[in-house]
Design a protein around this ligand. Sequence first.
Ligand SMILES: NC(=O)c1ccc[n+]([C@@H]2O[C@H](COP(=O)([O-])OP(=O)(O)OC[C@H]3O[C@@H](n4cnc5c(N)ncnc54)[C@H](O)[C@@H]3O)[C@@H](O)[C@H]2O)c1
Ligand SMILES: [Zn+2]
Ligand SMILES: [Zn+2]
Length: 360
Amino acid sequence: MQEVRGVIARAKGAPVEVATILVPEPGPGEAVVRIQACGVCHTDLHYREGGINDDFPFLLGHEAAGIVETVGDGVTDVAPGDYVVLNWRAVCGDCRACRRGRPWYCFATHNATQPMTLTDGTKLSPALGIGAFVEKTLVHAGQCTKVDPAARPAAAGLLGCGVMAGIGAAVNTGGVGRGDSVAVIGCGGVGDGAIAGARLAGAAKIIAVDTDPRKLEWARGFGATHTVNAKESDPVAAIQDLTGGFGADVVIDAVGRPETYKQAFYARDLAGTVVLVGVPTPEMTLELPLLDVFGRGGALKSSWYGDCLPSRDFPLLIDLYQQGRLDLDAFVTEEIALDGVEEAFTRMHSGDVLRSVVIF
Ligand SMILES: NC(=O)c1ccc[n+]([C@@H]2O[C@H](COP(=O)([O-])OP(=O)(O)OC[C@H]3O[C@@H](n4cnc5c(N)ncnc54)[C@H](O)[C@@H]3O)[C@@H](O)[C@H]2O)c1
Ligand SMILES: [Zn+2]
Ligand SMILES: [Zn+2]
């Protein structure tokens, strides 16, 4: 057992706090990772606000890179000293999705089995089964994906969630290909990941939609060819105007609200694809004319983690980063200390940052 400092959300809506966390020695199949950097994702804020579930207290943080410190029995894929990006899709190899050769849908992903706790023994729920706003964390060894150690932790760690979710939403779920027109609604870390992914895939037109002009400026840096301020003009009409009146081949909702989903639905061309990657909250509902769902054809898809396969996608994207073809550094707006997470949530809300990254 080790005592470390970490950021917890104790109760719904209450400010997060730094607490002492007890991390057990790794059991069979587990690893303890010394965290070097962990990004602040909107999903952490969803957890704090009770938008994911009520299993408080949460150990927040899940977009992280670090060094494997110790491993438990039976761990062969990673060893102490390995530089890894943590993932929340440690595939089981045995569920019905894995057995059909579709491990990126794995329905029985692995997490550590032992709990991390507070000093009074209270069990913590680690965000997305990781919990990485903490000096050291306990994960399943399959949650550790080895990447090139030359990649800077603040940038590499972002592949662990939001940026991967965005890139994968475009490339894997949306199937964006050469010459496609793509629109992305919501240009935070996830939306800009989708824009970067669409560019990598050869999209001809990439339309960024946000309510914040600064976000639109940043989106251009990731590859947006056109921008639409949703406060100033109707995104559906604007996207249609920019695509010959038809709508985009693929529209990605990286906000996850009924109104943005409807915009995505109507801003896509006939037989086009909608990808929902933003995470809705439990009270949200959607109403659409069923005839429009039928009549417009195409595909309405949701994207969990960009349908990624960490062992395939993380090293590949790190290679593209090293070659200068994927600017992960541009996602890192600021580096902060462990006690800066609450302030980072405020700045996320006010649109001042793309990603705040906790550096250890
Ligand atoms: N599916 C997944 O696997 C996955 C993974 C990570 C994050 N997410 C989710 O993706 C969403 C985005 O995460 P993020 O970290 O990029 O958040 P973020 O807060 O950094 O970005 C959200 C962006 O949406 C913009 N926005 C808000 N309302 C809008 C509207 N009505 N129209 C246009 N733009 C609007 C904001 O200005 C902001 O730029 C969150 O819901 C998060 O939980 C999903
Ligand atoms: Zn599986
Ligand atoms: Zn996340």
